[in-house]
Design a protein around this ligand. Structure first.
Ligand code: FNR
Length: 416
């Protein structure tokens, strides 16, 4: 029997992933937070243990958590960053240590470059009170936060993300240019540290989303208003990062494919970023040099109504992939969200097995059609987050279940 697509290698530019399973970025809120410490924002022993064991256990590509390009772009004071660029800095050395260890285990490492914009300077989730909706979640100055330096495309009290969050101020055009340069500088430092893949975080209501969405972008200059203007910041970051990193290095983009605001009062006023916006935007990515679009959703407005069924985001990824392929684009697509089972992951990247089709004539006709055209995958890779927290050896368990032999560390030999 042939190896399922899920366990076949995938080469993106010069990087070959040994399978199609990616550890999705996950903030761990476990970095040094004291601005006077040289270790601020650096990966620690915690991260070596956490990311290291995922690298040991078979994921092709392990993403480090959202990594802030500027100190005020951290979601919390305990986030990691990459704004120190010297090879002697704690941020560089911390990242290199994780990269070197993952490489020693045959895993590739990705860094997700991020800026939280108006969602910055919040407390780690476990420090938030249970009744967080009515109580401050902020990290204020006494918790090493930066309440006076919260930035967004548009500022003011109307632009606060949610109750308990800080009030943002609008970025000047000069600051926007500095931010683009910060994304580039962090990208170059990540490359120097040996990172294999870079992802730009354009999802979940963080700074790039804030620019893309008419709900949060009320600017009247060249960075706001029309679709063209709202997408400019993302386009400029992508272009600048692409030209600064090696030509053979993969570049990914994570997007919130919809804000889930279709029928909300706020979107009736301003419009929103929805699936059609995404279908338009993803067709710009190939030319911009993005190799893979990682399809997430939501996080930009409290009125969002997320259709939380198991396949909710995978369905959109499939729509994105179909649109791209119909336009003749090769941009790869990542699916994420509630991917927890072997067969589910297998089918997402492979399409349903012909043998699985049975039933009435209509089903048979569908199966015959599929046989002619080949099964249609929904995505090219799967990003998995929480399942790796529950089961760090998930890839090995999936391999067992699908009957695939995968390499395990020699130290594990007798267990497998
Ligand atoms: C996340 N998620 C996330 N996403 C992202 O783009 N950057 C990040 O740093 C984080 N941080 C983070 C921390 C933790 C603890 C969780 C659980 C999630 C979102 C994550 O990558 C993923 O998109 C969602 O969790 C949905 O996938 P799962 O968990 O259903 O596989």
């Amino acid at each position: 029997t042939s190896i399922p697509t899920l366990f076949q290698p995938l080469t993106i530019r010069n990087v070959t992933l040994k399978n199609r399973i990616v550890v999705s970025p996950m903030c761990m809120y476990s970095a040094e937070n004291n601005p006077s410490s040289p270790n601020i924002g650096a990966l620690t022993d915690y991260h070596i243990a956490h990311l290291g064991h995922l690298a040991l256990k078979g994921a092709a590509l392990v993403f480090v958590e959202a990594t802030a390009v500027q100190p005020n772009g951290r979601i919390s004071p305990n986030d990691i960053g990459l704004w120190q660029h010297s090879t002697d800095s704690a941020q560089f050395k911390g990242l290199k240590r994780v990269v070197d260890f993952a490489h020693s285990q045959g895993a590739k490492v990705g860094v997700q470059l991020a800026h939280a914009g108006r969602k910055a300077s919040m407390a780690a989730p476990w420090l938030r009170p249970a009744d967080a909706a009515t109580t401050s979640l902020r990290a204020d100055a006494d918790a090493y936060g930066w309440p006076g330096d919260i930035v967004a495309p548009s500022g003011g009290v109307d632009m606060i993300w949610g109750s308990g969050y800080h009030t943002p101020r609008s970025l000047s055009v000069a600051e926007i240019k500095e931010l683009i340069a910060a994304f580039v500088a962090s990208a170059i430092t990540a490359v120097k540290a040996g990172v294999d893949v870079l992802e730009i975080h354009g999802a979940h209501g963080y700074l790039l989303t804030q620019f893309l969405s008419p709900v949060t972008n009320r600017r009247t200059d060249e960075y706001g208003g029309s679709y063209e203007n709202r997408t400019r910041f993302a386009r400029e970051i992508i272009t600048a990062v692409r030209s600064a990193i090696p030509a053979d290095m993969p570049l990914f983009l994570r997007v919130s494919s919809t804000e889930w605001l279709e029928d909300s009062p706020v979107a009736r006023e301003t419009g929103s970023w929805d699936v059609p916006s995404t279908l338009r935007f993803v067709k710009e990515l190939q030319e911009l040099g993005v190799d893979l679009v990682d399809v997430s959703s939501g996080g930009n407005n409290e009125q969002q109504k997320i259709k939380r069924v198991k396949s909710y985001q995978v369905d959109i990824a499939a729509q994105v992939r179909k649109e791209l392929r119909a336009a003749g684009h090769k941009t790869l697509v990542g699916a994420v969200g509630y991917i927890t089972d072997a067969d589910q992951a297998k089918d997402i990247v492979q399409g349903a097995d012909q043998e699985d089709e049975h039933g009435d004539v209509k089903e048979e006709a569908k199966a015959a059609e599929k046989l002619l055209s080949g099964p249609e995958p929904q995505a090219d890779v799967v990003f998995v987050a929480r399942q790796f927290l529950r089961d760090p050896a998930w890839v090995l368990h999936v391999a067992n279940e699908l009957g695939v032999n995968v390499t395990v560390p020699k130290q594990f030999g007798r267990a497998y």
